[in-house]
Ligand binder design. Structure first.
Ligand code: IPM
Ligand code: MN
Length: 352
């Protein structure tokens, strides 16, 4: 196969970790007889510096032409403590999600046996836990009407969802559940929020069409508790944008390191793959950041965007070996010698 990949390294450690994923993609292409071409685009603080716009039109066009987008991270401390700055790197991320129609964010929570002692939870809770969070990504409070009134002394954000938006994400969630352990948990706050009541109403209408899937409903506060109390309960969890933002951060620590978790955002026009950690500015340029989440995002790209499961598996196998052999960056090196970002990338690519 031939694929055209848009590379959006972004800010902070983004460029370093994306470079490792590219090495791995090239190794996979060589082994399996594919051809990948890359086109780079600017997003985030680097795009603001170069063009004034965190998601310039040139980047949008590059993404729209692509078969998949491989993305690093955005964010720069110079914007974080300045709530008055008119343009922020995160706006690039939100514009990208909206303009590419990336409505479903899939964040798998996976655990590695050799890292179980890194988890803040007891080993017996973590061992064998594995679930998929599906977060709606282009609706809700993030994109609803927002503003100020009373001379700026009252502020509001609107949590708004349409039937179409809810149906398409639930459809995807039911389908993923069918392909997995056939258990779907719909997370909402239907005891309080009208938008949640619409979600639940639609989910209850749709559930009979998926008789093989066991569907249950959970309020978000309870879900936040169950994720740490008994993570093995979950198979597929689906929820709206804001709840999903919070719950996926919570779920991410179960695995023991944020540096291992990949994500896919499925869109109307293309799909995007990114590590779930951020731009980690303290580590930028030091060649110490863990590239495995981005490398695993490339595995998801082969599987989800190109339907190439063997290729994805080859990457996962090499990553698991690097963890088991302790050929890892400092965040995972338990007493052993820490490797650099680029050394881990070279090792995984060579392994493939
Ligand atoms: C995420 C991030 C973003 C979000 C921020 C950076 C805008 O936290 O991808 O989860 O809130 O969606
Ligand atoms: Mn988040």
């Amino acid at each position: 196969m031939k694929f055209n990949i848009a590379l959006l390294p972004g800010d902070g450690i983004g460029p370093e970790v994306v470079a490792q994923a590219v090495k791995v993609v090239d190794a996979v292409c060589k082994k399996f007889g594919h051809e990948a071409t890359y086109e780079k685009g600017l997003v985030g603080a680097c795009a603001i510096d170069a063009t004034g716009d965190p998601f310039p039109d040139a980047t949008l066009q590059t993404c729209l032409k692509s078969d998949a987008v491989l993305f690093g991270a955005v964010g720069d401390p110079k914007y974080d403590n300045n709530p008055t700055s008119k343009v922020r790197p995160e706006q690039g991320l939100l514009a990208m999600r909206k303009k590419l129609g990336l409505y479903a964010n899939l964040r798998p929570m996976e655990t590695y046996k050799s890292l179980i002692d890194k988890s803040p939870l007891k080993p017996e809770l973590v061992d064998g836990a594995e679930f998929l969070c599906i977060r709606e990504l282009t609706g809700g409070m993030y994109f609803g009407e927002k503003g100020r009134k009373d001379n700026g002394n009252t502020a509001y954000d609107t949590n708004i969802y349409s039937r179409v938006e809810v149906e398409r994400i639930l459809k995807l969630a039911f389908e993923y559940a069918q392909r997995r352990r056939k258990h779907l948990t719909v997370v909402d706050k239907a005891n309080v929020l009208e938008s949640s009541r619409l979600w639940r109403e639609i989910a209850q209408e749709m559930a009979p069409k998926y008789p093989d899937v066991e569907t249950d409903y959970m309020f978000v506060d309870n879900a936040a508790m169950q994720i740490v109390r008994w993570p093995k309960f979950f198979d597929v969890l689906v929820t709206e944008n804001t709840f999903g933002d919070i719950l996926t951060d919570e779920a991410s620590v179960i695995a023991g390191s944020m540096g291992l978790l990949a994500s896919a955002s499925i869109g109307e026009h293309t799909s995007l793959f990114e590590p779930i950690h951020g731009s980690y500015p303290q580590a930028a340029g030091k060649n110490i950041a863990n590239p495995l989440a981005t490398i695993l995002s490339a595995a998801m790209m082969f599987e989800y965007a190109f339907g190439l499961m063997e290729e994805g598996k080859a990457i996962r196998k090499a990553v698991t070996e690097s963890i088991e052999k302790g050929f890892v960056t400092e965040d995972l090196a338990a007493g052993g010698q820490a490797q650099t970002t680029s050394a881990v990338g070279d090792w995984v690519a060579a392994r493939i």
